[in-house]
Design a protein around this ligand. Structure first.
Ligand SMILES: [Zn+2]
Length: 149
């Protein structure tokens, strides 16, 4: 379990945040755990991945394209049973992509849990986008010459 400095364990977020985060050394390892297959089988996954963005718009792409996007982002993850996050985070990942990923998975762990998977993805996507916006604003305000009144 990871102890977070700013999240009290008995707070609403502290009760719902993933208790365990499993970090993988490779995307292939993280995806193999997701698919329940061998690492060598990850690239052979067929079918389409569907998700919904923050506006609720549904998207769909091939598993191969989704894998390529994860490689481009340098990070990827998933949440098991609403409490155990699995992540691959490359050292060359964009910080905003890592913030988005972690907030997205925290979003999945937080209620209300949606029955419709697209609605659940929309909720998690909104968590991710809010976190990225807040991190961006923090960067602006922490600049040495940030404007003050
Ligand atoms: Zn998701």
């Amino acid at each position: 379990m990871i102890n977070l400095r700013h999240v009290a364990k008995n707070s609403w977020l502290g009760r719902h945040i993933p208790k365990t985060i499993v970090r993988y050394g490779t995307l292939r390892g993280c995806m193999a755990a997701y698919f329940g297959c061998r690492k060598s089988q990850v690239r052979k996954q067929r079918g389409f991945w569907t998700w919904a963005d923050a506006t609720g718009r549904r998207h769909r792409c091939s598993a191969a394209k989704a894998i390529n996007e994860a490689v481009k982002d340098g990070c990827w993850g998933w949440l098991e049973d609403k409490k155990k996050a699995h992540v691959w985070i490359s050292t060359r990942a964009r910080p905003a992509a890592v913030v988005y990923l972690l907030a997205h998975e925290i979003g999945h762990a937080c209620p209300p849990h949606k029955r419709d998977s697209a609605h659940e993805e929309t909720k998690a996507c909104r968590y991710g986008m809010v976190a990225v916006a807040a991190a961006d604003l923090a960067r602006v305000f922490l600049k040495p010459k940030a404007r003050r009144r």
